[in-house]
Design a protein around this ligand. Sequence first.
Ligand code: 6PG
Length: 282
Amino acid sequence: MGETGRRAINRPWPVVSGPEVVIVPDEMIGGARAAAIIADTLSSAVAERGRADWATTGGSTPIGIYQAMLAPDARDRIPWRDVQTWWGDDRFVPGDHPLSNVRPFDDILLEAGGWESVHSDDHRGKVRIPVANVHPFRTGEAIGQGRSAAACAADLVEELRAAGLPEVDGWPVFDLILLGLGSDGHILSVFPGSSAFGSMRWALAIPAPTHIEPHVERVTLNPAVVTVAGRALVVAYGAAKAEMVGRIFGSDRDPRALPAQLVLRDGATWLLDEAAAARLPR
Ligand code: 6PG
């Protein structure tokens, strides 16, 4: 993609120096706030460039967010026909496995029965998303065929290239990337000291971590995508994350040791509940 294509990516949020930090009283309000940011960002991208590409996250954080995305004010504002959904990372398990990062999206946000065509006159409280717009890592397929996590990541790279997202510095530009925060400071499946930092692949396999659960092999986008995404939204709740949030915002900066420090950038929003924000430096 040339310069012209790159300039066409408009940023509808104010340019600030460094991340915006939003502190909410609890997860319920956090979910609603995140859903509003997601709806705004996706609808603006569709209005500006005819489509939106976002990467969602795994773990427990998106559950309340997906629930809030079903509320009519968020649901009806997201132009799902033109929204392409990707995942920042996944565990190398089939999509219907309890550890899958796709399963909460499927179970909460979509009609029972999976991804179907959009019928705007028949929401029945949930959303319907064209199957062609949903781009998980094809873990189940790879596992079924006896192929490796690395091959699965390579398939995703091919799918991403075919989708023709704009690029900056050779990295695909998502309009929005939603991220949870690991208690060790990881984002995506990029753990402290990860070999992903030396990789030029858009997506790659990560060996099962031994220091943090679940101990399963992963597939992840390259952390560089977080630095070029139009908007990044990090969501963290609970006292157990407070110390890590404090370290991330502290004066020692080394994203290889604390990958979440990659998201201390303009165009990033950190959405924290009061417990997670308790040790933010003043
Ligand atoms: C994963 C992730 C990971 C997650 C954080 C936060 O697959 O484990 O995508 O980066 O977002 O570990 O997890 P919680 O939302 O469960 O706190």
